[in-house]
Design a protein around this ligand. Sequence first.
Ligand SMILES: Cc1ncc(C[n+]2csc(CCOP(=O)(O)OP(=O)(O)O)c2C)c(N)n1
Ligand SMILES: [Mg+2]
Length: 299
Amino acid sequence: MRNDYPHDELLQSGHLACQGCGGTMTMRHCLKALGPDTICIIPACCWTIISGNFPYSALTVPVLHTAFETTAAAASGVRAALDMQGKPNTTVLGFAGDGGTFDIGLQSLSGAAERNEDIIYICYDNEAYMNTGIQRSSATPELAWTTTTPETRPKLGPKKNMIQILAAHKAPYCATANVAWPEDLIRKVKRAAGIRGTKFIHVLSPCPPGWKISSEMSIEIARLATHSKVFPIYEVINGEEYHINIAPKNVPVKDYLRAQGRFRHLSNEDIQHIQTRIDYEWKILLQREMTESFQKNMP
Ligand SMILES: Cc1ncc(C[n+]2csc(CCOP(=O)(O)OP(=O)(O)O)c2C)c(N)n1
Ligand SMILES: [Mg+2]
């Protein structure tokens, strides 16, 4: 392990997560990056449960549990209160699932990003409403099984592109990350902490029961998501400058899909359809990275 990897553990043992929970690893790494002077704003999601009840919380930082749709609004309020108290250096961390970010919390996140509130917003994306029993969200990948999109009627249409939505707000810093690359995630959270305004980090966080994988496969499958280009890892600065941070190994999408029970029903044609879409999205991302220098010169 590298020497600059933070050894402090702000997430204690005794939490209530499932084995192999990517959302838990995401929280652990984010808090390592931010340190103890951090306040977490957590809406309804698995993390409402994982931290445990006060005073037995596994989190050693203050937590405000808030309503499902209000993460970014509540974070804005906490930020304003801290500023009034003369505590500008305390980090306000909104930490929400994909349902709370892509769907129900989108308008409050959009409002905060438009006002450019000085907060870090981290979405741990396990690609469904896991806490309530694996219902599809707009982050669920195309043709995946969930309890509301059964194998005979799998989820139609592609996953919503949240980074593009935040980039369209000209948020000063947006990034994707993956629990399989903790050092990249920690670097990004630290970088976000040094920027004023709304910072958004979208972290792929596998869910073994929801993805129908065994818990020890969590990181390996997360890694395949990036190496197959299903979940590219990149940063967007000021909504314009794109930087891809991890070079994919061109693994066929099939290898990623076939490793998970939630895609067990897919035909070879389905897989080819997904591969075509992934290749197309990757091409667009490369083009965005290449047009960076033009955009830098815009007024
Ligand atoms: C307004 C409202 N609607 C529905 C719920 C029920 N609910 C609690 S957690 C949750 C799922 C959250 O999904 P996500 O944000 O993806 O987080 P995850 O559970 O996957 O960690 C739902 C639907 C709620 N608490 N409030
Ligand atoms: Mg979820």
